[in-house]
Every structure is written in structure tokens, then in C-alpha cells.
Design a binder for this molecule. Structure first.
Ligand SMILES: NC(=O)c1ccc[n+]([C@@H]2O[C@H](COP(=O)([O-])OP(=O)(O)OC[C@H]3O[C@@H](n4cnc5c(N)ncnc54)[C@H](O)[C@@H]3O)[C@@H](O)[C@H]2O)c1
Length: 262
């Protein structure tokens, strides 16, 4: 899929991996619709990028809010005449929780739901609502490609750490969904990929203690550092541009294999 003169919808695009991806797509001539719940960051990003970017405030856990953002995006696409080339549902959160607390009480369901509702259900609903619009595109290549989905999984899909139950469940689901989406959408000329990063420098990882960061750096083979959001964005761009990539979850982790705990 060409990036220039296509519209890419990036949820979570106001920060971290989503922001770096929005910047990368914009720098390569793409139009970027940023769907995020943080209007202050979203508006700032739009100003930085320019008039090929548009911000839509959304909570991906709320269907009505998501429908409004999708309608807004589709109206913007009609206005610009730049068809939807890709869906990048990158909004996500982490919240540690074990099923049993120290007193052997079960964890409150709301703690588990918080992560699954955003990372999994929010992602599915984002794709679900945008997809009909991408599937109606005229094919863009001799292969008949109409669009691409690039999702974000995590190392936790492979080696979930202590306390990452709901996070690992949500990211493992993204990994598992990738091939199914590719298979389901093949008749529509739509590809599906996901990227599983280890720890990357973003707002999400900024809260981690120095000890945890050092341990993580130690278990990284090479290079000995956390990932850079630009490296994620570069791979997302490649997933979009390389038409033969489909149905796979690619690890982006410098050879890191997560230990049980830090
Ligand atoms: N940073 C890492 O180390 C890392 C590693 C693996 C996977 N990931 C995944 O990458 C994704 C992005 O993480 P990040 O590190 O860039 O985090 P981040 O906190 O920098 O950005 C996440 C963005 O998602 C938005 N968001 C959160 N909940 C939302 C909701 N309900 N509706 C709409 N927007 C919402 C936030 O406002 C924010 O702008 C997440 O899914 C995360 O799980 C991150």
C-alpha cells in the first residue's frame, strides 16, 4: 500500500508509538486521522504535523464515541478525496493485576476489564467500524489491494510477566487475531499484521523504576537499550508498504525474552 495520498487512521496517535507512527506516515505524504482520548495532546500533534492531519477525540471503549470519530474521519476523507489506506489501532493501556490479592481475595473485575476493554475490545471495535469504509475502496494495485491493518501486540503475548494477566491476555489475543483477520479479509484485498514490541521509550514506560529498566536492558540481546518509538514506526510503515507481509505478528525486541519478573 502506498502511503502518499492515502489516509491512515491511528488510534492512540496522540502519544508514544501511535504518535511516532502518525509522524512517520505524515512525513511520507500520508493523511493521518488521529483518534485519541487526550484532546490536549491531540490538538498539539495536529498543529505540529499540519493540514494533512486531523484529530478526533474518542474513547475506544465507548461505541457511540467511536462511531462519531469514524463518521468524522469518513467525512474528512470525502472532503480530501484521499482514500483510507490503513487502520492502525494503537491505543492501549497497562494495569498490573493478579487474580488473588495478598489476603486471597479475588481481584476486582473492573481492574481486569479496564485493560481488556481498551486493548482488545476497543481495538476490535475500532477495526470493525472502520473496515466497511476501507473495503469499499477501489483496488490500488494490480494485486487488488484495498487496505492494511497494523495492530500492536506485545512481548507479553509470548512471555507475560508476573502481574500481567489481563495485559498478556489482551496482547495474546491481538497476536492470535492477526492470522484470522488476514484470512477473513483476503477476499476483500485487505491485509492484517501486528507488531509485538518489548519495552519502548514512551509515556507508558516512563513510570517504570530505574531498577526495572536496568533489568530489562540486561535481558535485551542487542542493542542494550529500550526500543525507540521511531523504530516501531519504521516497522509499521514497512508493514504498510510491503504487500507480501500478511497474517503475521512480528516481534520487535532486540532479541529480548522477558523473565518472569524484574
Ligand atoms: N511502550 C511500550 O513499551 C509498549 C510495549 C509493547 C506494547 N505497547 C503497546 O503499544 C500501544 C501504545 O502504547 P504507548 O507506549 O505508545 O502508550 P502511550 O501511553 O504513550 O500512548 C497511548 C495512547 O492511547 C491513548 N488511549 C488510551 N486509552 C484510550 C481510550 N480508551 N480511547 C482512546 N485513546 C486511548 C492515550 O490517550 C495515549 O495517547 C499500547 O497498546 C501498548 O500496550 C507498548
Amino acid at each position: 500500500m502506498h502511503i502518499k495520498d492515502r489516509t491512515f487512521v491511528v488510534s492512540g496517535g496522540a502519544s508514544g508509538l501511535g504518535l511516532a507512527t502518525a509522524e512517520e506516515l505524515y512525513a511520507n505524504g500520508g493523511y493521518v486521522a488521529i483518534l485519541d482520548m487526550n484532546p490536549a495532546n491531540g490538538e498539539k500533534v495536529i498543529k505540529q504535523l499540519g493540514d494533512r492531519a486531523k484529530f478526533f477525540e474518542v474513547d475506544v471503549t465507548e461505541s457511540e464515541s467511536l462511531e462519531a470519530a469514524v463518521n468524522g474521519t469518513v467525512a474528512w476523507i470525502k472532503q480530501t478525496g484521499k482514500p483510507m489506506g490503513g487502520i492502525l489501532p494503537l491505543a492501549g493501556v497497562g494495569l498490573p493485576a493478579k487474580l488473588l490479592d495478598r489476603d486471597l481475595n479475588p481481584v476486582d473485575m473492573s481492574r481486569l476489564n479496564f485493560v481488556i476493554d481498551i486493548n482488545l475490545k476497543g481495538m476490535l471495535n475500532t477495526i470493525r467500524l472502520l473496515l466497511p469504509h476501507m473495503a469499499r475502496n477501489e483496488p490500488t494495485t494490480p494485486d487488488g489491494e484495498r487496505g492494511v491493518i497494523v495492530m500492536v501486540s506485545s512481548s507479553a503475548a509470548f512471555e507475560g510477566q508476573v502481574g500481567q494477566l489481563s495485559y498478556a491476555a489482551s496482547k495474546g489475543a491481538v497476536r492470535s487475531m492477526t492470522l484470522v483477520l488476514a484470512r477473513d479479509l483476503a477476499p476483500n484485498g485487505i491485509r492484517a499484521m501486528s507488531i509485538a514490541p518489548s519495552l519502548f521509550e514512551t509515556a507508558m514506560s516512563a513510570a517504570l523504576s530505574e531498577k526495572v529498566r536496568q533489568t530489562l536492558t540486561k535481558v535485551t540481546e542487542f542493542p542494550k537499550r529500550l526500543g525507540n518509538a521511531k523504530e516501531f514506526a519504521g516497522l509499521a510503515r514497512h508493514c504498510i508498504e510491503n504487500t507480501y507481509l500478511n497474517g503475521e505478528c512480528i516481534r520487535l525486541d532486540g532479541g529480548t525474552r522477558m523473565p518472569s519478573k524484574m
